[in-house]
Design a protein around this ligand. Structure first.
Ligand SMILES: Nc1nc2c(c(=O)[nH]1)N[C@H]1C(S)=C(S)[C@@H](COP(=O)(O)OP(=O)(O)OC[C@H]3O[C@@H](n4cnc5c(=O)[nH]c(N)nc54)[C@H](O)[C@@H]3O)O[C@H]1N2
Ligand SMILES: Nc1nc2c(c(=O)[nH]1)N[C@H]1C(S)=C(S)[C@@H](COP(=O)(O)OP(=O)(O)OC[C@H]3O[C@@H](n4cnc5c(=O)[nH]c(N)nc54)[C@H](O)[C@@H]3O)O[C@H]1N2
Ligand code: SF4
Ligand SMILES: [Mo]
Length: 701
């Protein structure tokens, strides 16, 4: 028996981007394990990706192209040949492009985070076609925009050093579920004496294991952070030297923070004032008086609300005020992706746009429901006539799902979906194309949680007739007569173009060295901002951002209240008094893995956690089937009566495939298409609902 071990990388949208060792026996992958030598992976994978072979060899894998024979959304298809599928797509897209290529929209996100199978050949294809651009805002753009104004890019501390911190604040994240390899380091810090604090409206798996849990209402973190700034300034817990040398706008920030005395923030956030005093006092005392390392792991939980951008701006001030950046184990991490030198222009070739340097219209992926229902008369550009979906499952993951589904159900819309499985979105496709998984193709990865470039070597041949995304777009480009030599680049060649040359952070790193070793660390210092040097225009941390003032935005960190709270929408709150959040479930990755039976069995069924007081008021008992609803829609789930959810809050861990939920619905039936203050991102956790028990009579009817 021929056994090989192949070096690969986890493709999923997870900050950990683990190094994988794939065992291949006689051409079949039999085991996927973590590389014990890779420092952040440490030989450990999460439960999901330990099951990667179960997903890859799943009986439901799409193995041939399909053409729809039933109604849109019904999921009835017949197999067709690649020739027939590509001919039909090229003919349909060609006809639309001849009228107006902006009527064609690509829709993709991070089903794979690979630079090759993500936006390389696909981007070249859509650029050459002149299709609409997609604003890829669905996850991180509020926080990324905030960090760009404050620190110049998505840069921050290196999680490998967090073991040396004396205080670790886990702010809006649940790393046991979603950032496992950071959590193991936070645990090590705890063993060495660190205090762990979780800031989260929900007592998550992580929050219950921290020394202290502070539970603000969703969307109020900006006020909490401004009150912490207030206390640090009031009590002179400041690194005056760091502030003077490496920040801009301290005086203006002080004035702003004076508007947020702790008592005011306590009221807005719904937390005891002592919690805020305690946390700010400890943070300042350790950092400034004792010169100990204090770390903040800021995560995306804080930014899925109206004021999400400004909340990140406010939190981001803290490490600069106390000089936490001076130490490797101090500072803040939201994302490290901005450290990676990527040659985006070579990968994506925007210069192929027929109108270059003029850009076509942009469609925001977070409001795809409205975009698909726009008849073209509202001044947003032409009516959308075709959508090509890859690396994403918008019918399950995009907000205000009823509108998304209604849009995809349009009979006059031509939809192509590249997928591994017949997802909720694939059910609406005219043509479904079978795509390869990470084990069946080549890729190169940057990450957003550590600082290693990662290689993914191909482990096995594509299953059935599946093809890599790149090859599908390569063949389509040939069908459309696109002659630029870049359309003939192999995946290996594209991988070779991904890493920017002549950048000292990537010195000694090339595709050839990377694919042989599996992973290579960027050349960056242990404490990259110990002496400032942020990639902002001023080179400093910008408490006051002149760029924001120029862009017509509040140049100082602020608290922006959610769209849907009793104070900002009293009439709505009277009808829908409960705030709902729908953060990731541990055994799913967004909507990926929901169809892997063993993982879905662990999650059980859709749940809704509700506080005992709220449950009693609605005559809801633990285990009851309940319906959560608002003006946008409704969803059923099994109630768990628990004080994990703060009073006034309900929590439905996500993201279920709608068709695998008992009522065919998920949390996005309830979420809105409102956007964040910065970055045009969705507000999944800014959502009021009411909940009622579903009685047996109702079920029968
Ligand atoms: N297992 C698993 N891992 C994942 C994912 C997954 O679906 N499953 N998704 C991946 C992706 S795409 C991403 S973007 C990351 C997300 O990573 P994180 O942003 O860390 O997401 P979560 O781990 O759910 O943490 C969000 C936490 O924020 C809390 N929260 C909600 N609203 C607020 C608020 O207003 N303020 C504060 N302070 N907290 C709030 C929630 O209760 C939840 O516990 O995880 C990635 N990793
Ligand atoms: N209610 C609610 N909604 C949310 C969130 C939430 O917390 N609550 N989180 C939001 C966040 S943070 C994110 S990032 C989005 C995520 O939304 P998406 O990026 O759409 O993520 P997934 O749901 O995992 O869907 C990815 C799809 O890509 C497919 N795929 C994977 N690899 C490949 C490949 O190589 N080729 C092709 N063709 N397909 C591939 C997978 O099979 C999968 O169906 O969801 C958002 N939606
Ligand atoms: S999903 Fe995250 S933790 Fe799991 S293997 Fe992939 S990168 Fe590692
Ligand atoms: Mo995400």
């Amino acid at each position: 028996m021929a056994t090989r071990i192949v070096r690969a990388a986890c493709p999923h949208d997870c900050p950990d981007t683990c190094a994988l060792l794939v065992t291949v026996e006689d051409g079949r992958a039999t085991k996927v394990a973590g590389d014990p030598e890779h420092p952040t992976t440490g030989g450990v994978l999460c439960a999901k990706v330990s099951r990667y072979t179960e997903r890859t060899y799943h009986a439901d894998r799409l193995l041939t192209p399909l053409r729809r024979v039933g109604k849109k959304g019904e999921g009835k298809f017949e197999p067709i040949s690649w020739e027939a599928a590509l001919d039909e797509i090229a003919t349909r897209l060609g006809a639309i492009a001849a009228r107006n290529p902006e009527a064609i929209v690509p829709y993709s996100y991070a089903g794979t985070m690979g630079l090759v199978q993500g936006e390389s050949m696909a981007a070249r294809f859509f650029h050459k076609l002149g299709a609409s651009l997609l604003d890829r805002t669905i996850c991180a753009s509020a926080g990324a925009t905030a960090l760009r104004y404050s620190y110049g890019a998505s840069v921050g501390m290196d999680m490998e050093h967090v073991v040396g911190a004396k205080l670790v604040i886990i702010w809006g994240g649940n790393p046991i579920a979603s950032n496992l390899h950071f959590w193991t380091r936070a645990q090590e810090a705890k063993r060495r004496g660190a205090t762990l604090v979780a800031i989260d409206p929900y007592r998550s798996l992580t929050a219950e294991k921290c020394h202290r849990h502070i539970a603000p209402m969703p969307g109020t973190d900006g006020a909490l952070a401004l009150a912490m700034i207030h206390i640090l300034i009031r009590d002179d817990l400041l690194d005056h030297d760091y502030i003077a040398q490496h920040t801009v706008g301290f005086d203006a920030l002080r004035e702003r923070a004076m508007d947020y005395p702790p008592a005011r923030a306590a009221e807005i956030c719904g937390v005891p004032v002592e919690d805020i005093e305690w946390l700010a006092g400890l943070y300042g005392q350790l950092a400034v008086k004792e010169r100990q390392a204090v770390a903040i792991r800021l995560n995306y939980g804080v930014q899925r609300v109206r004021g999400g951008g400004q909340a990140v701006r406010a939190v981001a001030c803290l490490p600069s005020l106390v000089g936490a950046w001076r130490q490797p184990a101090g500072g803040l991490q939201l994302s490290t992706s901005g450290f990676f030198p990527i040659d985006t222009a070579s990968l994506q070739r925007p210069d192929l746009l027929p109108t270059w340097p003029e850009l076509p219209r942009t469609v925001n992926m977070s409001t795809i429901g409205d975009a698909l229902l726009d008849d073209g008369a509202r001044g947003n550009g032409p009516k959308i006539e075709a959508v090509v979906v890859y690396n994403s499952n918008p019918v399950a993951v995009a907000p205000e799902s009823a509108k998304v589904a209604q849009g995809f159900a349009r009979e006059d819309l031509f939809t192509v979906v590249l997928e591994h499985f017949r997802t909720d979105t694939a059910d609406y496709a005219d043509i479904v194309l079978p795509a390869t998984t990470q084990l069946e193709h080549v890729d190169v990865h940057k990450t957003y949680g550590h600082v290693y470039f990662m290689a993914n070597n191909q482990a096995v041949a594509p299953l059935g007739q599946a093809l890599p995304n790149t090859e599908i777009f390569r063949r389509l480009a040939a069908r459309m007569g696109f002659a630029d030599p870049c359309f003939a680049d192999t995946d290996e060649a594209i991988a070779g173009q991904a890493i920017l040359r002549d950048d000292k952070r990537a010195e000694g790193i090339s595709w050839d060295t990377l694919k042989a070793r599996g992973w290579q660390r960027l050349n960056i210092d242990a404490a990259p901002f110990a002496n400032g040097g942020f990639p902002t225009p001023s080179g400093k941390c910008e408490f006051y951002s002149a760029a924001m003032a120029r862009d017509g935005l509040d140049p100082l960190p602020a608290y922006v209240a959610p769209y849907e709270t009793p104070s900002s929408a009293p009439e709505l709150a009277a009808r829908y008094p409960l705030a709902m959040i729908s953060p990731p479930a541990r055994n799913f990755l967004n909507s990926s893995f929901v169809n892997v039976d063993s993982l879905r069995a662990t999650e059980g069924e859709p749940h809704l956690d509700i506080h005992p007081v709220d449950a009693a008021a609605r005559n809801i008992a633990h285990g009851d089937l309940v319906r959560a609803y608002n003006d946008r829609g409704s969803m059923q789930a099994r109630a768990r009566v628990t004080d994990r959810a703060k009073q006034g809050l309900v929590v439905g861990l996500s993201i279920w495939w709608k068709k695998l939920a008992p009522d065919g619905k998920n949390a996005n039936e309830l979420t809105s298409q409102h956007l964040t203050d910065l970055g045009r991102a969705p507000v999944f956790y800014d959502c009021l609902v009411e909940v009622e028990a579903v009685r047996a009579e109702a079920l029968a009817s």
